[in-house]
Design a protein around this ligand. Structure first.
Ligand code: AMP
Ligand code: ZN
Length: 113
């Protein structure tokens, strides 16, 4: 766990979150500033800073993130489709330096740029 990382602190139970999924080494919780009817973050429990830090050893984890995103979207009513995106680094719009996948479903109030 990274001591100053907000997502590590959520995963450790030190900060509150509205969890929609726990298991398989990842969690899903609702984004605090949703930009769609459904806006969930799917996050590995281990601290990985961003997508550029993924290695061969994370192949299973990456598959799990995608499969859990699919499951969460389906369970929250978006079996017809949803948006899946990842911000990579500050220049890519990443504001929390702990790898996470955005799951957006339903009406989207703002297209992330
Ligand atoms: P990104 O900007 O792609 O790094 O996404 C980070 C997301 O984390 C943003 O959409 C924020 O609204 C969200 N966020 C930041 N702090 C929290 C928190 N404490 N609980 C839930 N979501 C958060
Ligand atoms: Zn972290």
């Amino acid at each position: 766990m990274a001591q100053e990382c907000v997502f590590c602190r959520i995963i450790a139970g030190e900060l509150p979150a509205d969890f929609v999924y726990r298991g398989r080494g990842v969690v899903g919780f609702r984004d605090i500033h949703p930009v769609a009817d459904t806006h969930v973050l799917v996050v590995p429990e281990i601290h990985i800073q961003d997508l550029r830090d993924l290695g061969e050893e994370h192949a299973g984890l990456w598959l799990t993130l995608a499969q859990v995103a699919n499951q969460v979207a389906r369970e929250l009513g978006h079996a017809d489709g949803y948006r899946f995106y990842v911000s990579v680094g500050a220049a890519g719009g990443q504001t929390v330096p702990h790898l996470h996948v955005h799951v957006l479903g339903g009406a989207m109030r703002r297209i992330p740029v």
